[in-house]
Write a protein that binds this ligand. Structure first.
Ligand SMILES: [Zn+2]
Length: 299
């Protein structure tokens, strides 16, 4: 088993909300999810603290193209690094304008502060990886599992008996609860549960969600995630049926989740870290869209 390091990107100057994983291979350090460009300097420091230089990083695996996972990838292609990504996500890394514009509708003027810039990546640096495909770096082999539900362009990567799960295994920070990030536009609870079952079949001894770090109670984690997915979605459904506006629903939903976090034993500081990793308000539109598409029979 190669060495796996967790680099804290210190997003928003906090601790342990977004991780990049660095895996030591015979072909140099491989990164899983380089994070947003806004934390690039922290990533650079993290890589150097492990005894490597930026230009040693020749290969990067992207779990999915959300800014907090893939935003900094373009920077590594300046020295020729190869970026591996699901084929549905690949065109958006090549032409990130659409991604940027749709995120801007959510984040407005905070885009630069939160995520930093995202430049187009030339196609020659992008390699698509679909379900079941493997990629080898010397004797280190990653196997791709296509895992939609959180995002249609989501891959998880198996390395020996651990899985890098991106967002498909939800968010869990230290010993806190498992929380499902449900941003628009791709949330699909049924597909997400199918993806969890695909991950179960790996019988992994550990999972590395991007938010945050290694978790070893894998089955318990997946069960909690399924329960929370149902809870978040089902809490939203009657409000969708009442046809309240997202603006009306957001404070109600946020109160519900914050209370839940408190009941699950999180302190105010710990809730803040969860909110950095997975802003609760973002899930309102994601889940409303899910119920709408379901009502229309489109999913
Ligand atoms: Zn995501």
């Amino acid at each position: 088993m190669p060495k796996i390091h967790t680099i804290d990107l210190n997003f928003q100057n906090g601790n342990e909300s977004i991780a990049t994983y660095l895996i030591e291979t015979e072909q140099g350090p491989v990164l899983v999810d380089p994070g947003p460009y806004s934390t690039f300097e922290n990533l650079k420091k993290g890589i150097e603290n492990l005894g490597f230089n930026l230009i040693d990083v020749e290969n990067i695996l992207i779990t999915h193209i959300h800014f907090d996972h893939a935003g900094a990838a373009w920077k590594f292609t300046e020295h020729g690094a190869t970026i591996f990504v699901h084929p549905v996500g690949l065109p958006h890394l090549k032409n990130p304008e659409k991604l940027w514009e749709s995120a801007k509708m959510i984040y407005g003027d905070s885009m630069d502060r939160l995520w930093g810039k995202m430049k187009p990546i030339d196609e020659e640096y992008l390699v698509p990886l679909g379900d079941g495909q493997t990629v080898e770096f010397g004797d280190t082999v990653f196997q791709t599992i296509y895992t939609p539900g959180h995002a249609v362009h989501h891959n998880a990567y198996v390395l020996d008996d651990v899985i890098f799960t991106g967002d498909v295994a939800g968010v869990k920070i230290n010993n806190g609860p498992v929380a499902p990030p449900c941003p628009p536009p791709d949330i699909n609870i049924e597909l997400w549960k199918q993806s969890i079952n695909k991950l179960r079949k790996v019988n992994a001894k550990g999972i590395y969600p991007t938010h945050y770090g290694l978790h070893e109670n894998v089955e318990e984690h997946f069960t909690q995630l399924e329960n929370e997915l149902d809870d978040w979605a089902n809490y939203m459904k009657p409000m969708y049926d009442d046809k309240l506006s997202p603006e009306e629903i957001t404070p109600i939903f946020v109160d519900y989740i914050i209370k839940k976090y408190k009941d699950q034993g999180l302190s105010a500081d710990e809730i803040q870290v969860y909110e950095y990793a997975n802003p609760t308000w973002m899930s309102v539109n994601g889940l409303l869209r899910y119920w709408k598409l379901k009502e229309q029979g489109r999913i």
